[in-house]
Ligand binder design. Sequence first.
Ligand code: IVH
Length: 736
Amino acid sequence: MNDYFQEAEELRRQIRHHDHLYYIDATPEISDQDYDKLYHALLDLEAAHPEVVTPDSPTQRMHGGVAEGFETVEHTVPMLSLENTYNADDLARFHESVLRGLHGETPTYVVEPKIDGISIAVRYENGVLTQAVTRGNGKQGDDVTANIKTIPSVPLRLRCDNPPAFFEARGECYLPRAGFAKLNAHRLAQGEEPFANARNATAGSVKLLDSNEVATRPLDILFYTQGLIDGVEIRSQRELFETFQRFGLKIQKWSKVVHDFQGIKDAIAELDALRKDMPYDTDGAVIKVDEFRQREILGMTAKAPCWAKAFKYEPERAATKLNAITIQVGRTGVLAPVAELTPVFLSGSTISRATLHNEDEIARKDIRIGDTVLIEKAGEVIPAVVKVLLEKRPEEAVPYDLPGALKGVCPSCGGPIHRDPQFAAWRCENLQCPAQNVRRVEYFTARNALDIESVGGVVAEALCDTGLIKEPLDLFDLTQDELASLNLGTAEEPRVFGPKNAAKVLAALDAARGKDLGHWLEAMGIPEVGAATAFQLGRIHKDLHDVADSEYLKAFLDLMDYQNGLAPSRVKEAQPAQDLFAEKLPVGLDTLVPPLKRAGLIKMSGARGGYVTTTVGPKTAQSVLDFFRGPIGQRWLERMRKLGINPLGDNAGSAETANGPLAGKTFVLTGTLTTMGRDEASARIRALGGTAAGAVSKKTTYLVAGANTGATKTAKAQELGVEVIDEETFLRMIQP
Ligand code: IVH
């Protein structure tokens, strides 16, 4: 151990101390600037002497990088759920069953708020955070360690001198209401779809593949139960809370110890009054027998413990008048009816619109214009109409006739509409419908897709309205002048987009040309293809043509047919097979399966020895192939060819680029590059035949170190003897 190590250890101790004061106790003692000084002192020291970095150093929260997927992890003990109760009778039965089970012993209960998030197990080995796992199916979950480490209130090391050998704390990961509102506002501003509620946003955030992105989401965890524990004795819920606090693990501020049924009911009522002001969403109370010894006696069923129950509160509702029903045209042409309401305040915000879903839903609830309706926001951001208050129905109100209101045409373009009897939704069939065009352009430019800065809803609408563009790829034909003079205001009060914004858009479009296949596939808005699928498809294909006629997807569909006892026909119909699957079906499973397994499209099913799908299902696979065979997909391919855009996937190295100058070389990027973004750099590497990887391994040829480089990757590179190069050297390598 040297002086540097001691110096680093002292800085770490101070930073942890201040983290605890700030994130757990909410009583900071130093200013943000002073904290930053400490943090940067540690960063500098660790960068200069990578050997002093420890895995639990506060600087290691952000070093997860981009993952390809999540490993499945067994739970130490099953992660159970709770049975719900909705009224006092259910609760009384629970209390009686506890009394019966305990044969005359009297229980003490702890009543806690039920947090509406997702449960997470966090494991500490000898005091150091080693793994974080989602609930999954209760027996196995996903390893989301890198993501959970970015949550500042979660200690990377337990706050105690003699940590237990193993300690698994379990709790609820959530987005505080304020953080959630900010996240959604940001998404809207970027032209992205907002999350329906904080819980969905949390689940989505914890499952992001890029932990740097996770770090921008204000997630938090409150702990309330335990998994496997070795090395510390805990006998009750109360002792568990004390232990959590001692270890620096955050717990809820409010909980109540009660001794009888009246006590339970009072605590539930007290909590109901308080929970509206809590900084996070709660949807109930959890009632737990305090003593672990008594819990053992009471036991559990297959799914839930017999010593605890959840009590669900009624979601908040409000009555208001439905003044009109308008129709919104979505990206895929779906015509969605929306209730226009007299504004009313409900669960923290003013509501003036609610979704009515579709024609059948309106009929089922017999919703009429002029009705007073009950709306509900069960933790949802988009409120729904629960039911009509019939006693307030005006005499003249008539049943709502959606087809009649539509008069057979799309309210935006006047084009033909159609309702597939199978589906409840009416659709506008006109692929040139301006409303659809606007939505598609918005989707194309969203941050998750091609990230074309400043083309959000308003600009997309103006561009479509003025006829400057009709479809997303038209953006690439826009000139600086056309963009600069775009009027975002009205004829009377013009508001031009301006040259500065125009230049920004053109630069972003230029960058989009270099984005990888995954981003492009997402941007194209192929039915059934969301972010995860697009990413997966981008990973296993060479380029767009390779996806359009994907041997992988065809073989995958054949395998699924084969497993379902159907004659696998698709490969036989297809063009002569290319390099990947030289033989046609019927081929042995031994030829069909290995490439699909390597591509991650299938994995062995634990139970029956067959193969199950992973991210991409058969419906999605079929939809992708159909899309590119159809006129829309063909048009995309044709136009992209003319525009000279050929986004490359991670599998590009195996094709035309196999003889490129970087063939056989694997690059890992770390830190910030000054001349280009990471996506662009990765695309350039792939285009030249190289591989761009996320983490340093034995296979890595070069670690490209940009500015503000983290210490872990550099240390790993040194350990493995991987050559570290700077940006300048890298630029020389990728020069055309
Ligand atoms: S205790 C063995 N306490 O609710 C049961 N759960 O419906 C351990 N939850 O899966 C759970 N707040 O995700 C417990 N204070 C709380 C909770 C809580 C939220 C969640 C948890 C659980 C689900 C059960």
